[in-house]
Ligand binder design. Structure first.
Ligand code: ZN
Length: 99
């Protein structure tokens, strides 16, 4: 069955929206793990983010998904994230932990 990247990035407006669940997993599990791996292995900060993202997307290309489809879907996701960041800035930035 062909992979449709647009369905991968769509929100279905349900409580268990697959896109929202995936985003939450990235934030709670993947980002902290990548960051810890960088520190432990003395890798530049965010090197895991870049190579991890590229490697995961490359796996989709190996499955036959067109690079252009991946790039445009990724561009849409980055647009959403960029908008979220500017909204956070207006609200005074992301919450700062003080504990
Ligand atoms: Zn969603």
């Amino acid at each position: 069955m062909p992979i449709d990247v647009n369905t991968l990035i769509a929100h279905d407006m349900s409580d268990d929206c697959p896109s929202c669940r995936a985003m939450e997993f990235v934030e709670l599990a993947l980002l902290p793990a990548a960051s810890a791996w960088e520190m432990r292995n003395e890798l530049p900060r965010f090197s895991m983010a870049m190579h991890g993202a590229a490697g995961l997307l490359g796996a989709m290309m190996e499955e036959g998904v067109a690079r252009g489809d991946i790039e445009s879907a990724l561009s849409n996701l980055l647009d959403d994230i960029e908008q979220q960041i500017s909204e956070d800035d207006i609200m005074g930035g992301p919450p700062q932990g003080t504990a």
